[in-house]
Design a protein around this ligand. Structure first.
Ligand code: FDA
Length: 394
């Protein structure tokens, strides 16, 4: 039998980074907040993030490092809750951290410290929790939201959708946010896996034999261009450069790889002059991992001493290695994607408060919304910033 109706000022659906930040901020502003999550514990994605050390922000967080149908939407929230604000919170809890690379900040210890920080901030705001509760129904009448969860019914004038996107379903990720948003008439920008390895098929399966080989490249897909490591896998391509490019990649389009980003223009012809007895294979082996050099040399198929190779052939090789075109057959999907691109359209949301314009009291924050960051702490910064913005408005 259902227990008595519980009243709150706000109900937050989802105890991830965005939901916990929102609940803590609203709670500390005196709001009575309930957080409901079907998982038994909060922040499961935080716990597995950054290899267990949580890359909790990026000091270079700026709107141009986010992808959204509306490139301006994230400006307000990111501008009002910055990486420095989160760093101040981390410092206040005495959590040691370090910058790894490219502005990415990680805990020295464990991602558990970040979840503990957020839970502590929620405790300061008197936030109530319902973990392990499936959400059976969400009803809306007379300006109030009624949520049936785990055999209980809770009601509030404000409902925050913070259930994230469907990437990594095995830890409880779902497309619940989209179904709920659609029911309230909000549009959805087609969700697709992002920060995800790409698969190679057809003729390019040959590259799978390089599984485990990594090298620094510039990877380009659409408008995304990233200089970082690429890694060959038994399914295709991965590594940070590829994950980053995957967010800009569309089915049917190529991914361009510059295998020699540091080689000066004209390197092949210069080598012909300076080392005429060398082969292309030996030349590439000096610049790239050996197995990769061998495969690329086989593919370009210019055997023999450099001295005997035509200048035009060498110029072509240089061009090809500077923009090697892979034609991925697909991605490894939501099962392997770090984030979901697309989601609840920003068209219907206030960028200041994250409230749905057509449904007063309904808010959407975090990854559920069509705002996706680059790899490297940007997505948590969006979770904190959008959660903070809604928390201030509740
Ligand atoms: P999040 O997905 O964290 O939380 C949603 C919550 O809603 C979950 O607790 C879930 O259980 C709950 N929920 C879902 N469906 C529900 C339903 N139907 N009913 C009830 N509850 C439901 N980012 C970054 O900046 N730095 C990093 O180091 C990493 N590393 C990383 C590693 C891996 C392996 C992944 C998969 C992702 C990352 N990310 C990352 C991305 C980052 O984890 C992600 O963008 C944020 O966690 C999103 O926070 P949200 O709070 O929006 O959703």
């Amino acid at each position: 039998m259902a227990e008595a109706l519980q009243n709150y000022d706000a109900i937050v659906l989802g105890a991830g980074g965005a939901g916990l930040m929102c609940a803590a901020v609203a709670g500390q502003r005196g709001r009575r907040v309930l957080v409901v999550d079907h998982s038994d514990e909060p922040g499961r994605k935080i716990l597995i993030s950054g290899g267990g050390r949580c890359n909790f922000t990026n000091i270079h967080a700026a709107p141009d490092r986010y992808i959204s149908a509306n490139p301006h939407f994230m400006k307000s929230a990111l501008g009002r809750y910055t990486p420095d604000d989160f760093i101040a919170l981390v410092d206040a809890y005495g959590i040691a951290w370090h910058e790894k690379t490219l502005g990415q900040l990680f805990c020295d210890g464990s991602a558990r410290q970040i979840v503990a920080l957020l839970m502590d901030e929620c405790a300061k705001g008197g936030v109530a929790f319902a973990f392990g509760d499936a959400i059976a129904a969400v009803d809306h009448a007379d300006g109030r939201f009624r949520v049936t969860h785990g055999g209980r019914v809770s009601e509030a004038p404000a409902l925050v959708v913070a259930t994230g996107g469907p990437s990594i379903p095995k830890i409880g990720a779902t497309g619940f946010a989209y179904d709920l948003a659609r029911r309230f008439g909000l549009k959805i920008v087609e969700p697709r896996p992002a920060l995800v390895p790409l698969t190679l098929g057809g003729d390019e399966v040959l590259f799978r034999s390089l599984s485990g080989v990594a090298t620094e490249v510039v990877a380009q897909a659409g408008k995304g261009r990233f200089r970082e490591a690429a890694l060959f896998t038994h399914k295709g391509l991965s590594g940070p450069a590829i994950l980053q490019a995957s967010s800009y990649w569309r089915h049917g389009e190529p991914v361009g790889i510059d295998f020699l980003p540091d080689a000066p223009t004209g390197w092949a012809l210069a080598a012909k002059r300076e080392r005429p007895r060398a082969t292309l294979r030996s030349l590439l082996s000096a610049m790239l991992p050996d197995r990769l050099a061998e495969t690329l040399a086989e593919r370009v198929n210019l055997p023999g001493d450099l001295a005997n190779l035509p200048d035009k052939g060498l110029a072509d090789v240089e061009r090809r290695l500077g923009d090697w075109r892979f034609h991925p057959s697909g991605t490894e999907g939501f099962a392997k994607a770090e984030v979901t691109i697309g989601g609840i359209s920003t068209d219907g949301l206030s960028s200041r408060t994250m409230e749905a314009r057509a449904v007063p009291g309904l808010y959407a924050i975090g990854e559920a919304v069509d705002v996706t960051g680059w790899l490297g702490g940007y997505n948590f910064q969006w979770a904190w910033a959008s959660g903070w913005a809604a928390g201030q408005a509740l």
